[in-house]
Design a protein around this ligand. Structure first.
Ligand code: PRP
Ligand code: ZN
Length: 298
């Protein structure tokens, strides 16, 4: 580790622009962190805690952590895994999976090319920005296929004739469809993660990191959670609980002048849809209210 270890403030690397940029800043705001942007817009000074942000290219994040310039980063698992595979070490690890920005690193071939088994990849030139991950996967599968390393626009390589297949991130699949490519084999499941060194800083930054990870856990836990409130006949409570999606510790209280009706409230883990509400009403519930959960500290 280098010079930067005498910092007292925790420093987080986040993507400057791209698929995780907005998500990362939003997550940190939900964790109660507020920042003042510097003039060059690359550094954000933390005003509520001793936690600062560095806005960088996502591919640089693992290296910035390794060098001690930053303590942690928010990055796609794909970027972290490629970094680790290329160096064949596990110095920078995944501290938390954030259950967001899900995508996969997959092999895709031109639609007209038959490719039913992994063995059919033998001899195909595969273009990718993930040479280490792809190389390790091919070796594991016992496939010998030359890797064409490209830094971007991988999806057009087959049409340009520079490769026969590609290995790239797939999320909605729109990019593959637009380029007449078909997804065949998955190399890695990816999502946004918090990356950091294996052991936390041994000073005040370590405590800040512990605090922040706790807050992140709380935010991730309640992201899809809803507080459901409703009225129901006292004898209908079990019926209602069975209809709610993963209700946590439902609370039942009498309603003043409610003729035996009670108010039920429960935090539900997972989306609460219109269909749920319609089913609940058919089961006798009234006064249905669904509220987002902002924070949860159990
Ligand atoms: C990735 C990937 C594809 C696209 C796939 O690029 O390289 O181009 O997303 O998404 P889709 O299946 O929803 O069409 P990304 O936007 O991450 O930018 P990058 O060039 O930095 O990898
Ligand atoms: Zn990138």
């Amino acid at each position: 580790m280098s010079a930067a270890t005498d910092r007292e403030r925790l420093r987080i690397a986040v993507q400057k622009s791209g698929r995780l940029a907005e998500f990362s800043q939003d997550l940190l705001a939900r964790c109660g962190l507020g920042f003042r942007r510097s003039r060059d817009k690359l550094f954000c000074f933390g005003e509520s805690l001793a936690v600062d942000l560095l806005l960088v290219r996502d591919d640089d994040i693992p290296c910035l952590i390794e060098q001690g310039v930053c303590d942690i980063g928010i990055v796609g698992r794909n970027v972290l895994a490629e970094y680790s595979a290329a160096r064949q070490d596990g110095g920078i690890v995944e501290l938390r999976a954030l259950d967001s920005a899900h995508c996969r690193l997959s092999i895709a071939v031109p639609q007209e090319l038959s490719c039913a088994t992994v063995q059919e990849l033998n001899g195909l030139r595969i273009a990718t920005s993930y040479p280490a991950l792809l190389g390790a996967w091919l070796a594991e599968q016992g496939v010998a296929a030359p890797i064409v390393e490209l830094s971007g626009s991988v999806e057009i390589a087959p049409r340009l004739g520079t490769a026969d297949a590609i290995c790239d991130l797939v999320s909605s699949g729109a990019t593959l469809a637009a380029n007449q490519l078909r997804e065949t084999f998955k190399v890695l499941d990816s999502e946004a993660v918090v990356a950091g060194a294996q052991s936390p800083p041994a000073d005040a930054r370590g405590e800040l990191l512990h605090l922040l990870l706790g807050r992140i856990d709380g935010v991730v836990r309640v992201r899809e959670s809803k507080l459901v409130m409703l009225h129901i006949d006292r004898f209908g409570v079990d019926r209602i609980n069975a209809l709610l999606p993963n209700p946590q510790l439902p609370t039942v209280t009498p309603v003043e002048g409610g003729n035996g009706r009670v108010a039920l409230q429960a935090v539900c883990d997972g989306p609460v849809t219109w269909q749920h509400l319609e089913d609940l009403r058919r089961a006798g519930a009234s006064q249905l209210l669904v509220l987002p959960v902002e924070k949860l500290l159990a």
